[in-house]
Design a protein around this ligand. Structure first.
Ligand SMILES: Nc1ncnc2c1ncn2[C@@H]1O[C@H](COP(=O)(O)OP(=O)(O)OP(=O)(O)O)[C@@H](O)[C@H]1O
Length: 588
């Protein structure tokens, strides 16, 4: 319940008065609806089916004047009133429904942005621990269920208000009959709690299924090359078939709960009405009008009860999604990287490192419960405007060290210092702003080359763009493309080769004019010619900016001012390139 209230409060904060105006509007619609039905009473009387004066309520007596009018005039008045009420109700309904859509979609986007922002502002450790597809699932399936559930909850509140109103009208018509109907409703509701519990249980399965679906298909398409080349298609199709089967069963079970509960309400309605009529006629010789009245009250109130039950089931099914999103928000809050005041990215100025970036007695573990350290007792200095190569075999800790130097991971013990000043959340953004990072498998967005370059430097001129491309040995292949800089890059740059992608990302990194360039050298993406070009480019940068390169090539090591050798999380050697027997320790 607290989770639902949490999001309901958010909807209140988002939509404000309009939300309540809409709910109030619905109340009016329900009132008009009730009035429309009540008009049936004088209608029945005028057509002689019902006697208005004998044993009827004050409401019915209000229409007794109709009997003094000519029958045609009375009928015209009633039907005119009925049409007016119906048209008014329909027009109001249309407008409210449209506004409802606006509130609902606006609220989804509001929560989507809030969660997306919180996720992006979380630290790197959060992303290491989280499955990416769970985050996608949170922003798609779970978000939809939560906003839908919140809305159903608020509609339920409105519906309870309408029901109260209708109960009030029913009381006016006949207090005893209404009490009887309410009593029946309560007893039925008590027995139908089991449907709500089952719905929540199934909601857990829905969440689990959605997570496994998004996780599964993302893995499949990311690994489609392995699937095709290793002929894994059949096994993947079997996975999908099994998932479809589970999903089919889950949907069927969900519908079964809904149908069973509706069936339960309908059967109880028939049984209660039949029993009541039987007892009234055989035992109490009740008047015809009273019987008609109870049928009228039942037929108005019972669908309301059924509707409330169905809303409760829907909300129960969404509860696991509510819990999951609240948990995600809490995790994001805990993993928030910087203080709110530091989040004005645009206004942060880069650090101008004068002397060095230093690691002092630094230790890091991915899992604090396990004894193994990914990095242990690291003491090193990355000197300003020099090139530092980091080498070591796979799993030695090169990427971890880079992540710590970029402030993505926080050391468990020890410190990172920039010109002697410890790296904290206060200067973290400034450090990041001075760094450009080129990963081994770079990501290009599904936009044009120009847009991909300019996202890092929106004010870059054409000349600066080409300068950066030349520098990264990418100008030639870009100029050969039919649309040059305006060529659209496919999903994650698949239309370009690995080497071309890395050169474009290098161009993007350089465009920013960083004071520190961090490069995770591609192991195989570049051919010898391009490798030489990039090497020359890096040479040109030597002495101008600080370079940290995870090196996989001898040529890179040879050019480095300092080489750091890692082995199983420890720094086993550091020194000038000439002191390192590079070929023996190069990473694979
Ligand atoms: N997200 C993670 N969770 C737990 N352990 C991790 C994680 N990432 C890396 N490790 C472990 O930390 C150690 C160092 O990994 P790291 O990725 O830094 O090595 P590397 O030298 O960059 O390797 P490679 O050259 O293969 O990329 C390894 O033992 C690795 O298994």
């Amino acid at each position: 319940m607290e989770h639902i209230l949490y999001f309901s409060k958010k909807m209140h904060a988002y939509a404000g008065k309009i939300l309540y105006l809409n709910l109030f509007g619905m109340l009016i619609i329900s009132f008009l609806d009730g009035m429309g039905i009540l008009l049936l009473v004088p209608l029945l009387s005028i057509s002689g089916i019902l006697e208005l004066n004998a044993g009827m309520s004050s409401f019915a007596r209000m229409f007794s004047f109709l009997q003094e009018l000519p029958q045609w005039l009375g009928l015209l008045l009633i039907l005119g009133g009925y049409i007016l009420l119906s048209v008014g109700q329909t027009v109001l309904q249309r407008n409210l429904s449209l506004r409802d859509v606006k509130i609902h979609t606006g609220f989804i986007n509001h929560i989507r942005l809030e969660i997306y922002r919180a996720i992006l502002q979380s630290n790197w450790e959060f992303f290491i621990k989280k499955r990416k597809t769970d985050l996608i699932n949170a922003l798609t399936d779970e978000l939809g269920r939560v906003t839908g559930g919140t809305y159903t909850f608020l509609q339920l509140l409105a519906s309870l208000a309408f029901t109260l109103l209708q109960v009030g009208i029913a009381f006016w018509l006949s207090a005893e009959m209404t009490l009887f109907v309410l009593g029946c409703g309560l007893v039925i509701a008590l027995f139908s709690r089991t449907f709500i519990r089952k719905s929540e249980k199934l909601g857990n399965q829905t969440s689990e299924l959605a997570r496994s679906y998004i996780g599964g298909i993302t893995d499949h398409f990311n690994g489609i090359k392995e699937i095709k080349s290793n002929m894994l298609e059949e096994s993947r199709i079997s996975w999908m078939q099994a998932w479809c089967q589970r999903m089919g069963i889950e949907r069927y079970e969900q519908s079964k709960i809904r149908m069973n509960s509706q069936l339960y309400y309908k059967i109880s309605f028939s049984l209660i009405i039949a029993g009541f009529i039987y007892l009234s006629v055989t035992l109490f010789q009740t008047q015809g009008q009273q019987l008609l009245m109870i049928i009228l009250i039942f037929s108005r109130l019972w669908p309301r009860f059924t509707g409330i039950q169905s809303s409760l089931e829907q909300i129960a099914a969404a509860i696991p999604a509510f819990k999951s999103l609240v948990k995600l928000q809490d995790e994001c809050k805990e993993a928030k990287e910087m203080k709110a005041s530091n989040l004005a990215y645009k206004h942060v100025s880069p650090i101008l490192m004068e002397e060095n970036l230093e690691c002092k007695d630094m230790y890091y573990r991915y899992n604090r419960e396990e004894p193994a350290y990914a990095l242990e007792d690291i003491n090193l200095q990355i000197r300003s405007k020099q090139m530092t190569a980091i080498i070591g075999q796979s799993g030695a800790g090169k990427s971890t060290l880079i992540d710590i130097l970029m402030g993505l991971l926080e050391p468990e013990n020890g410190q990172v210092l920039i010109d002697g000043v410890p790296l904290t959340s206060d200067n973290l953004l400034s450090l990041r702003k001075s760094i450009s990072y080129v990963p081994q498998d770079p990501v290009l967005f599904n936009e044009s080359i120009r847009e991909n370059l300019m996202m890092i430097e929106p004010d870059a001129t054409e000349e600066q763009l080409w300068e950066a491309l030349h520098f990264a040995a990418a100008a030639e292949f870009v100029s050969r493309l039919p649309q040059g800089l305006d060529t659209l890059i496919g999903d994650r740059g698949v239309r370009l080769s690995g080497g071309e992608r890395q050169r474009l990302v290098l161009a993007r990194a350089i465009l920013r004019k960083p004071s520190i360039l961090v490069l995770d050298e591609a192991t195989s993406a570049l051919d010898t010619e391009n490798e030489t070009e990039i090497q020359k480019a890096l040479d040109r940068l030597k002495g101008k900016i600080t370079m940290i390169v995870i090196a996989h090539r001898l040529s890179t090591i040879k050019n480095a001012d300092q080489v750091i050798v890692l082995e199983r999380g420890k720094m086993i050697r550091k020194g000038g390139a000439e002191q390192i027997p590079g070929a023996t320790v190069l990473a694979t």
